[in-house]
Each structure stands twice: as structure tokens, then as C-alpha cells.
Design a protein around this ligand. Sequence first.
Ligand code: FAD
Length: 393
Amino acid sequence: MQEKIIIAGGGLVGAMAASFLARRGFRVEIYEQRQDLRAHDIAAGRSINLALANRGIYALEKLGLMERVSQLLIPMRGRMVHDIDGSCNFQPYGLKSEEVIYSVSRGALNGLLLDAAEASGKVEIFFERELLDIDFNGRRARFLDHSRGCEDSVSFDRLIGADGAGSKARGLLLEQARKELSGDDGREQIEPLDHQYKELEIPADARGGFQLEREALHIWPRGGFMLIALPNLDGSFTVTLFLPEKSSRQQPGFDALQTEAEVQDFFRQYFPDATALMPSLLQDFFDNPCGHLGTVRCAPWHLDGTAMLIGDAAHAIVPFHGQGMNCGFEDCVALDDCIGQSAGEWEKAFRQYSESRIPNGNAIADMALENYIEMRNSVRDPQFLLKKAIGFE
Ligand code: FAD
């Protein structure tokens, strides 16, 4: 009887992991709590586009998907830094033309990955199924079927938790690890960031063109906070404001932006050039939710050969290095390699994966936190960059 692997979460990483497993001949079922994003618009206000970099591209190439994905991409050749007086300074990511990152729509990329998984003929996807509980010894998982309003119990040989930063699978796996294992096992550290984010939009101009330089990641660094914008294929930019939740003596926070006048004044004061390009600023600001950010570190990422975590479920990080998804895609390649090297010994494969990836996850988490300080502050300070280059920072 062929192994049945179930994946909780059909986001970017769960969908990619399914394709890697299908390529090895396994039968895979994905259980996703939301509706099918290919048929419903459910992305509003939640990181509409992302930066895709080499780690992610490598994984997509391994699956033979890069040709299709490349049609969704806009290269970003560097940072365009916008000063408060409206002047701009372009800082290329590298000297060679291939040293770029790419802006990609989350929904389009996720849809493509779900299509690819299904096209393998080995992957079945169940939407509106929310993971509630896992019986690790009996190898059954319990899901709430939101469309029918009832619960299902599903058997599995292996379970993969790809259910994102607030992962239910992580909580259950670590609880089980604490029961079964000894010493330090079953550790989880969650560090919320005191800054939140809000998504806004710079629309295309009347002829469908870009209102800012197309091939750049735009940043308006303002010391303790910042605005960024990434281009979309339709000529618009998705704009994200990162700001502390609470105001301090040095700077405003989201709590000071309650009325239309407060929002208007804040944007006119700190981002006058961007404000002029956002006709629906007030509507977007009040319609879109404030997103929370944080870092999750945990260990182990697996429970013997029964279950494991991947993507944000294992290592949620703050988005300032643009590496969360890229790192999750790299997890998929690492898992695939570990399965390939372990000749059917799942415990060995999961242990090798967990031990090799945890230090990487922790390192990128630290780098992402450090990069927030650089992005919101020092990208506008050439002296800082010079000191950094020669090792004084
Ligand atoms: P998710 O994308 O969160 O997917 C998890 C899936 O699991 C979701 O579909 C969810 O509905 C489902 N789910 C949750 N709970 C359950 C449950 N109980 N049962 C069943 N299903 C469940 N990364 C980059 O690489 N580059 C960037 O530029 C970048 N920018 C970002 C900007 C912002 C503002 C944010 C917040 C993040 C950014 N990231 C970026 C990080 C990136 O979004 C994540 O790393 C990536 O989405 C992780 O993918 P995932 O599949 O692990 O988790």
C-alpha cells in the first residue's frame, strides 16, 4: 500500500511541498482552511506581492516551473530610496545584470503551485478544511469542514504542517514532543514585533503605465518607520506602511491614526510624493486590516517519522529580508533531498531535515530583524553604508 502524506495548509510552501512529494510517487492530500484562491478573491490587504529571490527560484527550477513563473515576474534591480524632500537615490542590488530580485503576486504564484500539484495526478486538495487536532499515535487528523459544518477524521502515514505562522500543527507537534521526548525538546519561542503593517496602493496611470520606476523596490525610510512599494504586472504598486503599534515621544504609531484628518496629515508630512499618487489612500487605510508581525523559533521541527513542520509553521520571520517564502521553498528542496538520501527511513529523513534546517531558520530570522533597522533607517544614510562596507557597523 502506497504511503499517504497529508499536508495541513495549501499556501505557498504547502503547495510546493506537495509537488516535490508527488514527484517521488507519494499520494498527497492537502487540507486548506480557506476557500480556493483560484476561484475567490481572498488576498485583500495581506502581502499581495512578494520578492522572489535565488533560493526560491532554485526550488521552482527543480520542479520545472520557472518558465511559467517567469511570466508573473517583474525584476527589481535595486532599491529606490525616496527622501522626504522628494529626491530619489537608486541603489542597485549588484553590478551584474542578473543580480536582481523579482516582484511576484502571492495569489498568482500560489494558484500556479496548486495547479502544478494537481497536474501531477497524485495530489488531491480539500478546501475549507481547518486542522483541529492530531492523534500522532493513531495517525489520524481531525479537520473542521467549513462548507458542511461538520468534522472529518483523516488517516495518514506522514503529516506535514505547512499551516503558516500561527500553525496549529506546530502547537500540537511540540506538545506531543514534550510528552514523548526528554530534555529541551518541544521548545517554542514567539517574539511579536511591536511594529505592524498596512497595505495600500498606488494605481496605474490612466494609460495603464507605472507611476514610479517599474524595476525597483521603492523605500521611503523615515527612521523609526517606513513605507515600501513593489510593482505589479497591471501597472500598480502594492504599498506597505510599517509603523509601531503605539506612538512614542520620538515617532507616531498606528494608534495616532484614527481619523481621516490624522491619516492625511501623517502621510502628507512624511510621504508627500507617495501620497500624491494614492487617490484611495483613506479608503485603503480604513478598509485594510493591520497585519501583525513576529518571529517564531521552535525545536524540533519533527516528531520521529510521523510528522514535521515546513515554511512559516516552522520558522515565521519578519518580512524585512524578503526571505520568508524563499526560505520555505528552500525547506522543500532540503526535505526532498533528505527523503532521497534516506531510502524509505522516514525518521532519518525528518531528523536530518530538522537538524540541518533549524540553524538556517534561526539565522535568517536574526538577519530579517537586523534588516528592518537598515531598511527604515540607514538605506538613506550613505555614511552608514560606507562604514558597513568597511566593517565599522
Ligand atoms: P502561509 O503563506 O501563511 O500559508 C499557510 C496556509 O495554511 C494558508 O493558506 C492558511 O490559510 C492555511 N492554514 C492556516 N491554519 C490552518 C489550519 N488550521 N488548517 C488548515 N489550513 C490552515 N517572503 C518572501 O520570501 N519575500 C517577501 O517579499 C515577503 N514579503 C512579505 C511581506 C509581508 C507583509 C508578510 C507578512 C510576509 C512576507 N513574506 C515574504 C513572508 C511570506 O509571506 C511567508 O514566508 C510565506 O507566505 C510562507 O508560506 P507558508 O505556506 O509557509 O505559509
